[in-house]
Design a protein around this ligand. Structure first.
Ligand code: GLU
Length: 269
């Protein structure tokens, strides 16, 4: 294990598959553990930022819609409802550990626009200075950057968004918690010999090929978007780890520099 540099600021991103059950109900077990682990890490002296998906899925359930909407405007409406409920639950769980959360909704355009990104940076700085844990999601109800694909994802992906947030905040580490243990060298569902790649120093065409095409074993958000996020992090000298969100306790090991999931780091080796 490599000598860890002190990690001041850590961004943790969780996907819908970690936060909800297959029935669409909240995964209260994972949400509670997430709040506990992040609160504990904050207590250990780290500044924590949470990037959370789940708004559309949670809104779909809350509105009792028969299935996740396909129309963009209905997805945006579901996100508005689900975001509200999600923050309510986070507020409740984090309050149990005496932590204060704040909601930040943004779009890629906000991060790219110089004045708006400056405001965002100042807001993050002030919240972290105050010991608050910002909870970030894409502002799905106003976001215009995303285009209906008719396939899997309609709104933007929070993998890329979380890397943008990590850069904006000057984070030392980004942890992507998904429904997959990390990046494999082949599809683990069809290749029994598929091996987890523990460390990546550069995104190569071979790795991109290993990430697979649509409809393969990738995590819900897609391994391709995770590699894109990793590229953004590598360019900025930020370590990034992909790990399974169903083992929340593993986040301690990741922060301690242990070999959990797949770590993208330019510094090692
Ligand atoms: N922003 C979307 C939501 O909260 C999810 C985006 C993603 O899963 O990457 O539902």
């Amino acid at each position: 294990m490599e000598q860890q540099r002190p990690l001041r600021r850590i961004v943790v991103k969780v996907g819908t598959s970690t936060l909800t059950r297959e029935t669409g109900s909240l995964n209260l077990h994972n949400m509670e553990r997430l709040a506990r682990v992040l609160s504990d890490l904050e207590g250990m002296g780290h500044q924590m930022v949470l990037v959370s998906s789940g708004a559309i899925g949670i809104g779909t359930k809350k509105l009792r819609l028969p299935e996740r909407p396909t129309q963009l405007r209905m997805k945006q409406a579901a996100a508005a409802v689900g975001q509200c409920m999600m923050m309510h639950v986070y507020d409740k769980f984090f309050s149990e550990y005496n932590r204060t959360v704040a909601q930040i909704l943004l779009t890629g355009e906000d991060v790219d626009a110089p004045v708006r990104s400056e405001h965002l940076r100042n807001t993050f700085e002030s919240l972290l200075e105050l010991g608050v844990i910002p909870v970030v999601n894409e502002n799905d109800s106003v976001s215009s950057a995303e285009i209906e694909t008719g396939k899997c994802k309609v709104l933007g992906d929070n993998d890329t968004l979380s890397a943008m947030v990590a850069r904006l905040c000057g984070a030392d580490l980004l942890i992507l918690l998904s429904d997959i243990d990390g990046l494999y060298d082949a599809d683990p569902r069809t290749h029994r010999s598929a091996r987890l790649i523990h460390h990546v120093q550069a995104i190569t065409p071979e790795l991109e090929a290993a990430a697979g095409g649509a409809g393969t074993w990738r995590g819900t958000g897609g391994m391709t978007t995770k590699l894109h996020a990793a590229q953004l992090c590598l360019e900025s000298g930020i370590d990034m780890v992909i790990a399974n969100g169903n083992n929340m306790e593993a986040v301690y090991g990741i922060v301690a520099g242990q070999d959990v999931g797949t770590r993208f780091s330019a510094r090692r080796g």
